[in-house]
Design a protein around this ligand. Structure first.
Ligand code: SF4
Ligand code: SF4
Length: 167
């Protein structure tokens, strides 16, 4: 869906299936009505803002090997405008991102993000969590669908984390 490509999507259209997109009245996990799986978006010139502003990390980070192609990995990573990263996992393969070939890199990326007070959130269907270098913080089910951000609290050499939740 992104406009700045360094690498081609190929037949992958995972980002046209997994997320909810309010502008399209598209629920999470259902194909967008404009998606022609294996072919592309039939509404590309008029696609809505979330599709235009979507930065799939696979398409521009050439450090990622072919195993990171979303159609093979069964997840994709995208960068939000606020600098946070979201890993959107295909519920048909919810543990794929935990494989060692991905996990160590994800943990390193999480540490780099945290150093800048940013975070990595993993979303898989109705469940999500923040992935940290040394732990995972599950987002309570009652807070799913709300704006949830991770606050890093540094005090006297200790580090702790709190969730900020707003509607
Ligand atoms: S998830 Fe990434 S690689 Fe797959 S179609 Fe979307 S932008 Fe392209
Ligand atoms: S409008 Fe096009 S780019 Fe956006 S989700 Fe639908 S098929 Fe994908």
């Amino acid at each position: 869906m992104t406009e700045t490509y360094k690498r081609a999507c190929g037949t992958c259209m995972l980002c046209c299936k997994l997320p909810s997109i309010a502008e399209l009245n598209k629920p999470q996990g259902k194909w967008c009505r404009h998606a022609k799986p294996g072919k592309g978006c039939e509404n590309y010139p008029n696609r809505p803002t979330p599709c235009r502003g979507f930065y799939c990390i696979w398409t521009w980070d050439e450090r990622l090997g072919p195993e990171w192609h979303p159609s093979e990995a069964k997840f994709y990573l995208y960068l939000k405008a606020n600098g946070n990263v979201v890993l959107m996992a295909d519920p048909s393969a919810p543990l794929a991102w935990r494989q060692p070939k991905y996990y160590q890199t994800l943990i390193q990326a999480s540490a780099s993000l945290l150093a800048k007070n940013n975070s990595m959130r993993v979303i898989c269907g109705k469940r999500s969590l923040f992935l940290l270098p040394d732990r995972e913080i599950n987002i309570p089910s009652q807070d799913e669908g709300k704006n949830v951000s991770l606050r890093v609290v540094r005090k006297l050499g200790d580090i702790s984390y709190e969730l900020d939740v707003s509607d």
